[in-house]
Design a protein around this ligand. Sequence first.
Ligand code: HSE
Length: 430
Amino acid sequence: MAFSIGLLGLGTVGTGTAKILLDPSGRHPLLQEIKIKRVGVRSLTKPRQVQLPQEVLTTDLEAIVTDPEIEIVVELLGGLEPARSLILQAIAFGKHVVTANKAVIARYGDEIFTAANKAGVYVLLEAAVGGGIPVIEPLKQSLGANRIQSVMGIVNGTTNYILTQMTQKGADFQAVLTAAQKLGYAEADPTADVDGLDAADKIAILASLAFGGRVKREDVYTEGIRGVSAVDINYADKLGFVIKLLAIAQKTQSNNSLQLRVHPTLLTKTHPLASINGVDNAILIAGEPLGQVMFFGPGAGAGPTASAVVADIMNIVGVLISCGKTATLDPLLSCSPQDYCDITPMDELVTRFYVRFLCRDVPGVMGHLGTSFGNYHVSLASVVQIGFQEELAEIVVVTHNVKEGDFRQALAEIGNLKAIATIPSVLRVL
Ligand code: HSE
């Protein structure tokens, strides 16, 4: 039995996917049943790193999603349009879809999964989060017996690379970003990565799967790493922490609402995510009765991402072989949440904070700081004054757990104190 697929896009991941499908020997035998029928590209003449017959290539992407012989459309274009429209068109024409497109799924997942469920087709997206790391399927299947309490991770390789370099070399953000761009580890336009948008797309997807509810992309509180300085990384190190860009989806115990946030975070050096360095990704999932499990590996790249794409294609082919083409959707593979998750407002978040102040070196500063924090129930875990920046004294405070709204009020009061020159950094501590 042969199954025909149409690939939309022959860039890095498309090429990696085609290479696996054209070279099935030694891999799962199902791969021998999968044939690439058409590949949609922008240019027919561009030199390619994979050998495909010229007649397979086309610039007519619609012809692929409407081709009656194609059963699975693999969308690897990236970007919002035409990817979203082509996915919806493929679904309308009864095709199953495999996609690596986190931006489209995070924003248009509702529309896409509603259409897919109505049409009785699968939309699988293992490659959209964590590249080659299998995390979507475990959340749908292997961890299904658990009440998930939290999903948190390092899901953006570019920012993890930059923070790792800043930590290891003591260099500033801009210098490391420029070097990373030269080496091809960061995009020419790094916005989606360094401002946390890519990580926010990914945690929106993971949260929806882990907590069985729809998630609005705009509900993810998002802070990137542009404001993280070498000075803070150095202080964090002295206090026993590393700084990582974490994407967090966590149940708030008091009211069962969901925290959804991406921000630089101080982690104790013994935390399982603290040692994930370079471009690698890791996702830590806590559930009852499981406890904790961590998924670690390459979060991007042609081979790893293609490995996830091909796994999805195989899953669909497996179902088509065992159940036939008109079967009801397998609830363990499809996505059908109806209700939206109730989101914890950031002011209600209970967390610890790291804050760095630059103060005029006058008597009584510590007393004023302590009084203002105390006024808003902020309890301090540590206060250090080590260095000076020119004539200003640098004071670093780490709090105990506090409601974010209370902490912000205290900070506003402290910002108005005459002795405080600036508050250069405020970071959350896990
Ligand atoms: N830009 C992403 C990252 C890879 O840096 O991790 C694709 O998701």
